[in-house]
Design a protein around this ligand. Structure first.
Ligand code: PLP
Length: 467
């Protein structure tokens, strides 16, 4: 083949190519230009190998999504077989295909009683965005067009679509994006460690309920459409509310006549123990968004699960021959759906869900074992979703000075010690290992984290700030 300038370019160092042309998600462009990418090359089970051949333990399942672990051959085969047979079928108009219909049926069977309809998306952000669109349509269809205001939690994360990013309540997602939108509101998150009510679970729950009621009263009950929440907040720093919180919020939504949307993009598919986090509290939301663990990150896919009440409201509100104008070329993509079916099989018949529930005891023990570390203010978790919150002063819970860049140092030192976790800006280590981990791998994760914390503790500027 003739050599072209483009081919010449592709022989450049991969890090330079990446730096010059690839925009990375949720990254400072300038910081990325300076730092460059950490290039990953292959994965097996809990382990990743980077471009330099270094093996690291992934304690974050990619981005809390590779729940079944890397290198599951049966998933590769399911995708290849579907690609050979039928790589694409539209879900538009009245076309369909077997994997999408079967996956919808399977999801309905596994999810909390009462969720009966499924719309497939490409991921979590468009699942949330679709939920918002369907809710808007629903209230117009049932003759309550004023009900448009939505309430979510501070520190909540609902993706980065132009509607969902305003329900997200993280400063970087609003700054310079002109968000939140005027119909988006937030109440404080049930964050026991940072609450003046710490230790009194009932009072923390009661305060959330009261805040929701107060905000609805302020906005006018006839104007409020829905309350959106993650059963456990992920990107806000793995904030675990007291047991019973979700159930109380469900009851409050019923009393207030507003819809409950459970954003289970992280918490579904065994991440917190049961198949769905809502299950643990016997809660059926009106809509539930999922993604990540649905295909375990092998291919993109998300979904909105919808109660029959919402579905029938939308269906009855439109004349039989008027289309409901929401859709996407790749909704219900056959290859993603085939992967989803195989991933669900691995969770259930493949025993991965049960393994996750078993190894969660070791995960808990690992978290508890770090509680007395001089840098650790709080450890928390449910199932295989957890956090270690570092503080400069255990007594006052004071955070480290941002100038110390503790999160960056934590991530880099962890990586050097052979473990990947999420290091949140306010010095919270987020953990979400795959459900296929062994007890020995779990112990190794915590040994590497301890080594990382000990290393940080030895650094003079960190020691100097400790209370
Ligand atoms: N909702 C929640 C709770 C999430 O954690 C995420 C992603 O982390 C999203 C929505 C957005 O999903 P995606 O990144 O697949 O668009």
């Amino acid at each position: 083949m003739a050599s072209t300038p483009k081919m010449h370019q592709s022989n450049r160092n991969l890090l330079d190519i990446d730096r010059d042309h690839l925009i990375h998600s949720v990254t400072s462009f300038r910081a990325h230009e300076a730092r460059g990418a950490t290039m990953l090359q292959s994965g097996k089970g809990m382990w990743l190998t980077d471009m330099d051949g270094r093996e690291v333990l992934d304690a974050f399942a990619g981005l809390w999504c590779v729940n079944v672990g890397y290198g599951q051959d049966s998933i590769v085969e399911a995708a290849a077989e579907q690609m050979r047979r039928l790589p694409y079928a539209t879900g538009y108009f009245h076309f369909g295909c077997e994997p999408a219909a079967r996956l919808a049926e399977r999801l309905v069977a596994l999810s909390p009683e009462g969720l009966e309809h499924v719309y497939f998306t490409l991921g979590g952000s468009d699942a949330v965005d679709s939920a918002i669109r369907y809710i808007t349509h629903y209230y117009n269809a049932i003759g309550k067009p004023a009900k448009k205001q939505c309430i979510a939690l501070e520190r909540g994360y609902h993706g980065s679509s132009s509607t969902g990013a305003g329900l997200t309540a993280l400063a970087n997602f609003h700054r310079n994006f002109d968000l939140p939108l005027r119909w988006q509101h937030h109440i404080s998150s049930p964050y026991p460690y940072r609450s003046d009510l710490e230790g009194d679970d009932a009072a923390i729950i009661a305060r959330s309920v009261q805040q929701l009621k107060d905000r609805v009263a302020e906005l006018g009950a006839d104007n409020v459409a829905a309350f959106f929440c993650e059963p456990i907040q992920g990107s806000g720093g793995v904030i675990v509310p007291p047991v019973g919180w979700l159930k109380a919020m469900r009851q409050a939504c019923d009393e207030l006549d507003i819809l409950l949307v459970a954003d289970e993009v992280i918490t579904a598919f065994g991440r917190t123990g049961p198949m769905f986090a809502c299950e643990a509290e016997g809660v059926t939301p009106d809509l539930m968004t999922v993604a990540k663990g649905l295909t375990s990150g092998y291919v993109p896919m998300g979904a909105v699960l919808m109660s029959d009440k919402v579905y029938q409201g939308i269906a009855d509100g439109a004349a039989a021959d008027v289309v409901i104008g929401h859709g996407a070329t790749y909704s219900g993509h056959p290859v993603s759906a085939a992967v989803g079916l195989e991933v669900l099989r691995l969770y259930t018949e493949g025993g991965i869900l049960a393994n996750g529930q078993k190894v969660a005891a070791r995960f808990d023990a690992g978290l508890a074992g770090l509680a007395d570390h001089p840098l650790v203010g709080d450890t928390r978790g449910r199932g295989l979703l957890g956090a270690i919150e570092l503080v400069a002063d255990k007594g006052t819970k004071a955070r480290f000075d941002p100038a110390l860049k503790v999160a960056d140092r934590l991530f880099n030192d962890g990586y050097a010690n052979g473990v990947i976790f999420r290091a949140f800006a306010d010095n919270i280590i987020g953990l979400a290992p795959a459900l296929c981990a062994t007890d020995a791998e779990m112990d190794e994760i915590f040994a590497r984290i301890r080594k990382t914390l000990d290393g940080l503790l030895e650094q003079a500027d960190i020691r100097a700030t400790l209370g």
